[in-house]
Design a protein around this ligand. Structure first.
Ligand code: G3P
Ligand code: CA
Length: 267
C-alpha cells in the first residue's frame, strides 16, 4: 500500500544548478548558489552528508582531505569540517574563474543554506550515502518542515529529493508523500531500464535522474510511458543539450545554468 507520488508539472523545463553554478564558483558554496539563483536556475542542487555531531552539511564527497589525512564526514565534527576550504580544488591556476575571494569560504550546513535563501529559490536535494547516516530522512524532512518548505502550493515544487538509494527514497515517501522524489541511476553504457522496473519506481518517485551519456530516445519514451519525468546529469555543452532536449527530457542538471537558459530562450 502506497500513496501515489505527485506528478511533476510538464512546464517549465527545469534548469537544475548542479552544486550551484559550479562552473563559475566553487561547488556547494554561497557564491555558487547565489550565482545560480541570479542566473534564473529553477533549482539549486545540494548534496547532503551528516557530521559526527549530527549536522546536515552540503558537499559532494563522503570524505575530505585535511592536513594530509583523508577524513570521513560521518567521523568528524562540524568544527573539524570548518577547517576545510572547499575553494582549494576550484582555485587552480588554470581555472579562469579562480578567485582569492573564494578562499575564505567554508562548507555550509543545510541550516545555513535554508536560512540564507528561504523561499527565494527551490531545492533539489540529494541524500548521499544514506546507509552511513541512519535517520537522515526524518532529520531532513523535519528540517525542511521547520522552514515551511514542504506541502506548499507553488507552481513548481519548492523541494525535490533525489537519491541513488531506493530504500532511502521509499522512507522519504512514507514520511512526506507530497514531496516529489527522483530515483538516480548511473549506467556505464546506454541506460537499460525495463518498463516493469520503471513501474516499481512509480510507487515512490515522480521521476528519474540518469547520467546524460546513458540517455536514449527509447529511454525517454519508456520513462514518459510510465508517467515519470527524466532529468539527465550533468550537461554543460550546447550539442549534448540540444540532442537530449530533442529527445524530450524534462529538465537537466548543469554546472552552467546561464548556458542552458540561453539555449532554451533561443527556441
Ligand atoms: O544528483 C545528480 C548528480 O549530481 C549525481 O551525481 O556525483 O554529481 O552527485 P553527483
Ligand atoms: Ca548530486
Amino acid at each position: 500500500d502506497y500513496q501515489k507520488p505527485v506528478a511533476l508539472p510538464e512546464e517549465p523545463f527545469l534548469v537544475i544548478a548542479h552544486r550551484g553554478a559550479s562552473a563559475y564558483a566553487p561547488a556547494h558554496t554561497f557564491p555558487s548558489y547565489e550565482l545560480a539563483i541570479d542566473m534564473g536556475a529553477h533549482y539549486i542542487e545540494l548534496d547532503l552528508h551528516r557530521t559526527k555531531d549530527g549536522k546536515l552539511v552540503v558537499l559532494h564527497n563522503d570524505s575530505i582531505e585535511l592536513n594530509g589525512s583523508e577524513l570521513e564526514i560521518d567521523e568528524i565534527t562540524s568544527d573539524t569540517l570548518g577547517a576545510f576550504k572547499p575553494a582549494d580544488e576550484f582555485n587552480q591556476p588554470t581555472n579562469e574563474f579562480a578567485s582569492q575571494r573564494f578562499s575564505s569560504l567554508r562548507v555550509p550546513s543545510l541550516e545555513q543554506v535554508l536560512r540564507e535563501f528561504g523561499d527565494q529559490t527551490n531545492y533539489y536535494i540529494e541524500i548521499k550515502s544514506p546507509d552511513r547516516y541512519p535517520g537522515i530522512e526524518q532529520q531532513l524532512i523535519d528540517q525542511l518542515a521547520g522552514h515551511d518548505l514542504l506541502n506548499r502550493e507553488d507552481s513548481i515544487p519548492k523541494v525535490i529529493i533525489q537519491s541513488f538509494s531506493s530504500d532511502s527514497l521509499k522512507k522519504v515517501h512514507e514520511l512526506s508523500p507530497e514531496t516529489p522524489l527522483i530515483q538516480l541511476y548511473s549506467f556505464k553504457k546506454k541506460a537499460n531500464l525495463s518498463s516493469s522496473k520503471l513501474k516499481q519506481v512509480t510507487h515512490y518517485a515522480s521521476g528519474i535522474g540518469v547520467n546524460a551519456t546513458a540517455v536514449t530516445e527509447q529511454l525517454v519514451d519508456a520513462v514518459h510511458q510510465a508517467g515519470l519525468a527524466i532529468h539527465p546529469f550533468t550537461v554543460n555543452e550546447r550539442e549534448q543539450f540540444s540532442s537530449l532536449f530533442s529527445m524530450g527530457i524534462d529538465g537537466v542538471f548543469t554546472d552552467k545554468p546561464d548556458l542552458i537558459l540561453q539555449l532554451l530562450n533561443q527556441d
